[in-house]
Design a protein around this ligand. Structure first.
Ligand code: SAM
Ligand code: SF4
Ligand code: SF4
Length: 356
């Protein structure tokens, strides 16, 4: 494949791009802001993300043309899925215009990209229609509790449950379904809600996914005994509503899927801690200020923004991306036990900076 920009042409790999473990670059998760209107206690605790916290300035953020250019080049290198995230991605002004431009991109075979967005749903009632019209296909909504008091204690800004449900309904009526619901479980906080969460979404067409609490960042005071293993989640739901395993819908899928035997839908479990899926990890992440991370647990990212702003042509940007991906040997979750023992206090990026 040849990339042409500014009159120059260079060769690019025509097939996918392998890292050191032969994992191909397939998914790009793009964080469009590091800001959020929630202060979820496990993600942006107020003590750290308070009034004095210094968020990125506007000119530090990748602009929409920069994001689109990066996604276009990524597409030539094998990217097939885009996930827009944050912070809270719907806080980024004009987000629907960005989606519209990303939706115009095509793979080398002329196919559309799969474009999804992860959100706390607070702005969906006002944005869902415009996002759908712009070409967004699906949304994932984060919702960790069905108990009003607990939900507000988790988001820590008194955001009411009813408004999240209004957002979910708005997404569905706009055609952004089936909506996936992400629930992060934390021992002693919401693990007793496993069955009630499952029952609430059973038979609704909304797909609930339970996520193991992860040791991302350095602000959430993570402890292994606060993780609720997915095996326990499946066992708990199965005791009440029998489940059977379902195959993955796409390679590199993070969730293991289980179907209710009585045909009332499915749940997913994302076992980043107890059942690492690094072997099939095809994801790269770009932070809002244009750093490329090849692992959610990385401590440093490659400064793509400088490359984009240096006057580099597309082939040069592609070469930078290619170099980083080819050198990739991340498998943090597989090595977690050993690394945690050795690397106490090691710097790590925050989830609100890099997205999910
Ligand atoms: N603000 C949006 C939202 O909450 O959906 C998008 C960004 S948020 C960082 C993406 C996802 O990361 C959310 O589903 C959130 O629950 C999850 N998350 C944040 N911190 C986490 C942690 N320590 N372990 C597991 N999931 C986490
Ligand atoms: Fe905001 Fe999402 Fe983090 Fe909650 S999980 S603080 S909604 S970025
Ligand atoms: Fe991918 Fe890193 Fe998570 Fe492993 S730990 S699945 S390499 S992001």
């Amino acid at each position: 494949m040849t990339l042409r920009e500014g009159g120059r042409a260079r060769q690019l790999p025509s097939t996918g791009l392998d890292d050191r473990f032969e994992r191909q670059l397939r998914d790009l998760r793009i964080s469009v802001t590091d800001r959020c209107n929630f202060r979820c206690v496990y993600c942006m605790p107020k003590e750290i993300f308070g009034r004095d916290y210094v968020f990125l300035e506007r000119d530090e953020l990748l602009s929409f043309p920069e994001i689109v250019r990066l996604a276009r080049i990524g597409t030539r290198l094998g990217v097939r899925k885009l996930r827009i995230t944050g912070g809270e991605p719907l806080l980024r002004k004009g987000i629907e215009e960005l989606i519209a431009e990303l939706a115009e991109l095509r793979t080398p075979d002329g196919a559309r990209l799969d474009i999804a967005l992860t959100t706390n749903a607070s702005a969906l009632p006002v944005k869902a229609e415009a996002l759908k019209a712009a070409g967004l296909q699906r949304v994932t909504v984060s919702l960790d509790s069905l108990d009003e008091e607990r939900f507000q204690a988790i988001n820590d800004v008194r955001f009411p449950l009813a408004r999240v449900f209004r957002g979910i309904e708005a997404a569905e009526s706009a055609g952004l379904g089936p909506v996936k619901i992400n629930a992060v479980l934390k021992r002693g906080v919401n693990d007793h809600e496993i069955v009630s969460l499952a029952e609430h979404f059973r038979g609704t067409g909304r797909i609930l996914r339970f996520i193991e609490f992860m040791d991302v960042g350095a602000s959430n005071d993570w402890k292994l005994d606060e993780v609720v293993p997915s095996a326990e989640v499946v066992r708990t739901v199965n005791e009440v509503h029998p489940l059977e395993p379902l195959g993955a819908t796409s390679p590199g899928e993070t969730a293991k899927r289980w179907r209710y035997r009585d045909g009332m839908g499915e749940i997913g479990v994302i076992s980043s801690v107890t059942d690492a899926f690094c072997g099939s990890c095809t994801r790269a992440r770009v932070s809002a200020d244009g750093r490329l991370f090849t692992c959610l647990f990385a401590d440093t990212g490659f400064d793509l923004r400088s490359v984009l702003r240096s006057g580099a042509d597309d082939a040069e940007v592609a070469a930078a991306l290619t170099g980083v991906w080819r050198a990739r040997d991340d498998r943090y979750s597989e090595l977690r036990a050993a690394l945690t023992a050795r690397g106490a206090g090691r710097e790590r990026i925050e989830m609100s900076y890099i997205g999910g």
